[in-house]
Design a protein around this ligand. Structure first.
Ligand SMILES: NC(=O)c1ccc[n+]([C@@H]2O[C@H](COP(=O)([O-])OP(=O)(O)OC[C@H]3O[C@@H](n4cnc5c(N)ncnc54)[C@H](OP(=O)(O)O)[C@@H]3O)[C@@H](O)[C@H]2O)c1
Length: 213
């Protein structure tokens, strides 16, 4: 039985949790305010899910999904996530997150910063360019014609393999951008960010992304 530790229980965290329990994963989910604020969500998710603190969720997961605002990424526990694959959904919205100069200047990537912080983890970018509602509604079986594709990037092959399998189970093809240094190609406001794309369309959109918006 595989347990996913989900840090962040908002739009994306709750949707990833819904699909994961449907697929037979166990889920431990945490937010910033504490497990007592997640009673309704875990009741809806059923016996495969429990609420915890963010640190407990990180520790409980065989792998983790981190899905919190970018401005808080340094709150993620380096120790609790050490040695684990961490799927990072974070996007940078300066309007919400405040300005992060290295991102404004195109000198870093959001997932690169998360990896730099989580030194002992294997970070893979995931689920960052899909609306939360679409996670449970737009997947299709492997091999379906014109299946939706989602991008990933990682410096760790093991992490790419895990997210590729997870995407497939969730109903999506994978397009691997490459290392985290290249992951800006699917960041906010690039052509690949937002629209529904199959693997061919996503690959083409990633190729035409400008480095700085
Ligand atoms: N919404 C989308 O469709 C979408 C799509 C792709 C990617 N994203 C990105 O994915 C991330 C999550 O987006 P969202 O829409 O799910 O956000 P959201 O609905 O605002 O939820 C954020 C969650 O993160 C938790 N959180 C905040 N700071 C935390 C901390 N320091 N430690 C632990 N938990 C913390 C919040 O807990 P509390 O409520 O207790 O503070 C909340 O459960 C963002 O970076 C966003 O840009 C969003």
């Amino acid at each position: 039985m595989t347990t996913i530790g989900i840090i962040g229980a908002g739009h994306i965290g709750s949707q990833v949790a819904r699909k994961a329990v449907q697929l037979g994963y166990d889920v431990v989910i945490g937010n910033s305010r504490g497990p007592e604020t997640l009673t309704d969500l875990v009741a809806e998710l059923g016996p495969r899910a429990r609420a915890a603190t963010a640190i407990d969720a990180a520790e409980a997961g065989d792998f983790a999904v981190v899905t919190i605002p970018m401005k808080n990424y340094t709150d993620l526990s380096v120790e609790a996530l050490a040695g684990k694959i961490v799927i990072d959904t974070l996007n940078y919205y300066w309007e919400r997150d405040g300005h992060i100069e290295v991102l404004d200047d195109g000198e870093a990537t959001t997932s690169g910063l998360v990896q730099e912080h989580l030194k002992g983890s294997m970070v893979a970018k995931g689920f960052n360019h899909i609306e939360s509602a679409d996670i449970t509604t737009t997947g299709a079986l492997t091999g379906t014609d014109n299946r939706r594709a989602l991008a990933t990037a990682s410096d760790h092959q093991e992490a790419v393999e895990l997210i590729t399998e997870l995407y497939d189970e969730f109903g999506f093809d994978t397009v691997n951008i490459g290392t985290l240094a290249e992951s800006w190609r699917v960041e906010r406001d690039r052509p690949a960010y937002g629209p529904r794309q199959n693997a061919q369309e996503l690959t083409a959109n990633l190729a035409k992304a400008p480095r700085v918006i």
